[in-house]
Design a protein around this ligand. Structure first.
Ligand code: NI
Length: 434
């Protein structure tokens, strides 16, 4: 008999082509897939391995964090309120130089624990020693798109990165029952010259994997690019041919009208990171303009060193509130659109195989259940408004990826949280000398 789970909840809220709400409904999960979602039917309980019936509950697709550097959670709160270059050169880079492979494993697990607790079921990561990140993902059961961060300023280092990426694809792509996918991760146009980006594009074509890059994050980056090449970072990347492949661009804060046209015309997906952009004083991405031009915009947290948490509920709220303030228009990015950015559009931005980021028959059973019986969720007029404007990560009570329960009643079931917290503080001391 297949492993069948019956999940009954007060509400299921999801995006498909439209926003869909199912009240007093139920879902059947067989192995990793949703095989039914709709009205409750007469079904003998003995047909199921488990029946989960939660009162006052809302089930949503798990959040998809489309840009982070998971292992950097080891540097959470180590250096704050500094200018970007001061932060990088004097704090982050010296600490990163002491990172060992095992640190990546434990730092990634720390982030995974936090993400699962906040209802995130999939994330896109860019860092180094990514085989350690892959190991942490497989053990925890979370879904992830992993990229080795590539820097192409020196030929030897650049070539080494490409070899490592090739190995990563060979050893980890589609592993963990398909939960792990690999992308190529050229860090940014200012650390990867155009010729190197072209090489990355060729490799992406050869290996049939998407590309994840930082793009137009700061005003300084754009000014330097214009000075050096006479082109904005978006124009420069466009000329390297990268957009011919599936391309995910993190940040896209400082964009010209022409840049926005390029993003739209070339179907470049954007990972918007409002928390990190604010904290590093980078600026406000023109998200409302991007959406108007039908650019695919998803949400990311960036690392816990520049955020300082990995909470997609918070990013949804920031994404909509910032645009309302910026545009002086409260109708901009309504709650349900912020919810779409954090779920189905996240799955699209990662070019994930199969259906994820949505709740429907045939889709992967990646979901989060929130408890609504809390003062900040009463009374109830709009579930989307509660999710985006009222809810907190602590409301998430159950999380499932690929039909497997990873957290239930506030307990992480696949990873040893006590051990992870202990390892994180020990390792932080060694890395930062604090
Ligand atoms: Ni980043």
């Amino acid at each position: 008999m297949p492993e069948k789970i019956l999940l009954q909840a007060d509400y299921f809220l999801t995006w498909d082509e439209n926003l869909k709400l199912y009240s007093r409904a139920e879902m059947v999960i067989e192995n990793s897939l949703i095989t039914y979602l709709g009205p409750r039917l007469e079904r003998p309980e003995k047909n199921f391995k488990r029946v989960i019936n939660e009162k006052n509950s809302l089930v949503i697709p798990g959040f998809i964090n489309t840009h982070t550097h998971a292992a950097m959670s080891l540097f959470r709160g180590y250096a704050d309120d500094l200018a970007l270059m001061d932060w990088l050169q004097n704090k982050i880079w010296p600490a990163e130089a002491k990172l060992k492979k095992e640190d990546i494993y434990w730092g990634t697990l720390l982030s995974i624990a936090e993400m699962i607790r906040g209802g995130t079921t999939c994330f896109a990561d860019m860092y180094f020693h990514m085989e350690e990140a892959a190991r942490a993902c497989i053990e925890s059961g979370i879904r992830a798109s992993l990229a080795q961060g590539l820097v192409g300023m020196e030929k030897t280092k650049g070539e080494q990165g490409l070899r490592q990426s090739r190995d990563l694809v060979r050893n980890w792509h589609n592993k963990g029952e398909g939960r792990i996918t690999i992308m190529l991760g050229p860090h940014a146009p200012y650390t990867c010259p155009p010729e190197y980006l072209q090489e990355v594009g060729e490799l992406a074509g050869e290996l049939s994997v998407p590309i994840h890059i930082h793009l137009a994050e700061t005003r300084y980056e754009v000014e330097e690019s214009c000075r050096k090449y006479g082109k904005t970072p978006v124009e420069l990347v466009n000329e390297t041919g990268l957009p011919a492949h599936n391309l995910l661009a993190a940040h896209c804060v400082h964009l010209s009208a022409k840049d926005i046209e390029i993003l739209a015309a070339k179907n470049i997906a954007v990972a918007h990171n409002p928390g990190s952009n604010l904290k590093l004083g980078s600026g406000l991405a023109p998200v409302a303009d991007l959406l108007q031009k039908e650019v695919l915009v998803s949400l990311g947290t960036d690392s816990a060193a520049s955020n300082n948490n990995l909470d997609l509920l918070e990013e949804m709220r920031l994404a909509t509130l910032l645009q309302k303030g910026l545009q002086e228009d409260p109708a901009v990015i309504p709650a349900e659109i912020a919810f779409k950015m954090a779920t189905i559009d996240g799955a699209r931005a990662l070019f994930l195989p199969g259906e994820t980021g949505t709740l429907k028959e045939g889709a992967k059973a990646d979901l989060a259940l929130l408890k609504l019986k809390q003062p900040h969720c009463y009374p109830l007029y709009s579930l989307a408004a509660h999710l985006v404007y009222s809810a907190g990560a602590g409301d998430v009570d159950l999380v499932m990826v690929d039909g497997r329960v990873l957290m239930e009643k506030g307990r992480l079931l696949t990873i040893d949280e006590e051990k992870i917290l202990h390892e994180a503080s020990q390792r932080a001391q060694r890395l930062t000398g604090n």
